[in-house]
Design a binder for this molecule. Structure first.
Ligand SMILES: Cc1cc2nc3c(=O)[nH]c(=O)nc-3n(C[C@H](O)[C@H](O)[C@H](O)COP(=O)(O)O)c2cc1C
Length: 391
């Protein structure tokens, strides 16, 4: 089985980011199996590498002497006003990486006036997060075989005041993440001799794990037994999620939700057109950070085609490989309405909890502001394809 350790991972795009933001090597911020769960991707990780590399295939063409003293980087997307064009994509299991987990990410997003996603596999309840902050909240949903359960979960999100429903459609089966197979990453935990050694070498994680509230999945509490008994996450995916989900099922969900609804993990123009037909208000052009279908196209490479095909009929958002303010400006210049980040905030979360996520978002905001000035743009709507040249 091909396997790269965290040290020789060639992509290293996220790992460069963590070193830049926190001045620490990525391996020092968390246990190897968590590092590899966050950093890893499917098969040979080609798509993961392409996601960031795709931004290097074009150059920014600035305009000068426009007298720009201040910039406005706010955007309105999925009916939500965001103070910056970057939001925290939903990611699973955050309290595993740092005991503050989703609480830290939501608080940092609120501080920067942006949106955050709560995963179905989140470790803090969507209700608690909704009560704690006013900033727009997305609920990321997986489609279950049990239609009654789907209805109940949507109702719960509605009652909690979730702003945006986001259905992930690229995960009808799990990606082949070979790093996790090698490290033995699983939920619930299985402690091996190797992992006990790791915990002994980096004891703070273990101390925090024991001294803070029990690890749980509140969105799924009634369905997945975290005690290691009835059902693991792998089983949850295999037994409870519905791989036969189709456009009619999603159309019914859209009608039921009756609000901002986007599907995450769409790539083809045909699919984006179907999403418009069934009433979705947004799509996330995404390959799940390269964690599902290796060899699939980078969202940034696919962006222009999709925007050209659908114009303003639906909000086109992208994620995957975003590490810099210039990446964001390139995506917005091609027509994305906003950009999601995953690993960009996850490593800082693992390293320093809320302070880490805040520092990551602070860096991003500073970079976007500086880059907009250097580009000669006062506001996001002044960005256009005239600003870009492909090599
Ligand atoms: C550790 C990890 C967990 C993730 N968990 C979820 C999830 O539960 N649901 C989901 O739709 N996407 C999930 N994603 C995908 C992200 O939402 C996003 O699409 C991806 O991270 C973007 O790529 P980037 O990490 O290069 O920014 C996860 C990604 C990572 C790295």
């Amino acid at each position: 089985m091909p396997f790269r350790t965290s040290l020789d991972a060639k992509c290293a795009c996220s790992t460069v980011t963590i070193s830049r933001i926190l001045g620490r090597s990525p391996n020092s911020v968390c246990q190897a199996r968590f590092f590899n769960y966050i950093d890893g991707a499917a098969d040979d990780e080609t798509t993961y590498r392409q996601n960031t590399a795709s931004f290097e295939r074009c150059d920014l063409v600035p305009n000068v002497l426009r007298g720009i003293e201040t910039v406005d980087m706010s955007v309105t997307v999925l009916g939500q006003k965001l103070a910056m064009p970057v939001y925290c994509s939903p990611t699973a299991l955050q309290r595993l990486f740092h005991h503050q987990g989703e609480r830290a990410v939501a608080a940092a997003a609120a501080k920067y006036g942006t949106m955050f996603g709560v995963s179905s596999l989140g470790t803090v309840s969507l209700e608690e997060l909704r009560k704690a902050h006013d900033t727009p909240q997305v609920y990321q949903f997986y489609f279950h075989k049990d239609r009654g359960l789907n209805r109940a979960m949507m109702q719960r999100a509605k009652e909690a005041g979730v702003n945006v429903m986001m259905l992930t459609v690229d995960s009808i089966t799990g990606g082949n993440r070979e790093r996790d197979l090698r490290t033995g990453f699983s939920i619930p935990f299985r402690l091996s001799l190797g992992s006990m050694m790791q915990f002994a070498l980096k004891p703070m994680w273990g101390i925090n794990y024991i001294t803070h509230e029990r690890f749980k999945l509140p969105q799924l509490d009634d369905h997945v037994d975290m005690s290691g008994g009835a059902m693991s996450i792998a089983q949850y995916f295999a037994e409870m999620l519905d791989p036969s989900m189709n456009w009619d099922d999603v159309a019914e969900m859209v009608r039921m939700w009756d609000g901002q609804f986007c599907i995450k993990g769409v790539m083809s123009i045909d699919d984006v057109k179907r999403a418009i037909e069934i009433g979705c208000t947004g799509i996330i052009l995404s390959n799940h950070g390269g964690r599902q279908l290796d060899g699939s196209r980078a969202a940034f490479d696919q962006l222009a085609e999709v925007v050209d095909a659908v114009g303003d009929r639906i909000d086109v958002i992208m994620d995957g490989g975003v590490q810099r303010g210039t990446h964001v400006l390139k995506a917005l210049s091609l027509g994305a309405k906003a950009v999601g980040v995953g690993r960009y905030y996850l490593f800082p979360l693992a390293a320093a909890g809320q302070a880490g996520v805040e520092r990551a978002l602070g860096h991003m905001r500073a970079e976007i502001g500086r880059d907009m000035k250097l580009m000669g743009c006062r506001s996001i709507d002044e960005l256009s394809r005239k600003n870009l040249r492909f090599r």
